[in-house]
Design a protein around this ligand. Structure first.
Ligand code: NI
Length: 165
C-alpha cells in the first residue's frame, strides 16, 4: 500500500465529474487499498478518488478513522437515492485544510453502489455516515462542501479559499 498526495483546492481535478468505474480488476483493488491508507494516515473519515487525482467514481468512508474495520465503506459508483430529514453540522475536507463550516445535509439516505469486486451494494445510512457519504459523492460530481454555504458562511469560506489560492 502507499500513501498518496492529497490534491488541495483549487486543483482543477476537484471540479471534475468523475466517470463510472467499469473495470473491476486488480488495479482497482490496489487503488482502493491506497485510498484507504491515504485516508487513515491523513487522518480523515472519507476520501474520494479525485482528491488523489484519479478521475473515477469511487470513494472510501470510515467514521472510525481506522479503529474499526466494520465501519469502513468502499463505495464504487455510488449514487444517492431517497433522502429525508435535514440537519446542520460542522464539516471539513482534506482538500480544504484548516477550514470547517456548518453544512446542511439529509439525515437519512439510501445509497446504491458496487463493491471493489463489482457486487451491488445497498446502504441505508443515517447521521454522520449519511453526511460523510453525501460529502464524498459530491466530490465525485466536482462539488465541494463550501458550495453548499450561503450568506455569512459563504463569505467566510470565500476568504478561506482565497488564502489557499
Ligand atoms: Ni472532502
Amino acid at each position: 500500500m502507499a500513501v498518496l498526495p492529497i490534491r488541495l483546492y483549487p486543483d482543477p481535478v476537484l471540479r471534475v465529474r468523475c466517470p463510472e468505474v467499469v473495470e473491476f480488476d486488480s488495479e482497482l483493488a490496489k487503488l482502493v487499498d491506497n485510498m484507504i491508507e491515504t485516508m487513515h494516515v491523513a487522518p480523515g473519515i472519507g476520501l474520494a478518488a479525485p482528491q488523489i487525482g484519479v478521475e473515477k467514481r469511487l470513494a472510501v468512508v470510515d467514521l472510525s478513522a481506522g479503529d474499526d474495520p466494520e465501519q469502513l465503506w468502499v463505495l464504487v459508483n455510488p449514487h444517492i437515492g431517497e433522502t429525508s430529514g435535514s440537519w446542520v453540522e460542522d464539516e471539513g475536507c482534506l482538500s480544504i485544510p484548516d477550514f470547517t463550516e456548518k453544512v446542511p445535509r439529509p439525515h437519512e439516505i439510501e445509497v446504491t453502489a458496487q463493491s471493489v469486486t463489482g457486487e451491488p451494494l445497498q446502504v441505508s445510512a443515517t447521521g454522520w455516515l449519511a453526511r460523510a457519504i453525501c460529502h464524498e459523492v459530491d466530490h465525485l460530481e466536482g462539488v465541494l462542501f463550501v458550495d453548499h454555504l450561503s450568506g455569512l458562511r459563504r463569505e467566510r469560506a470565500r476568504r478561506a479559499l482565497k488564502r489557499l489560492r
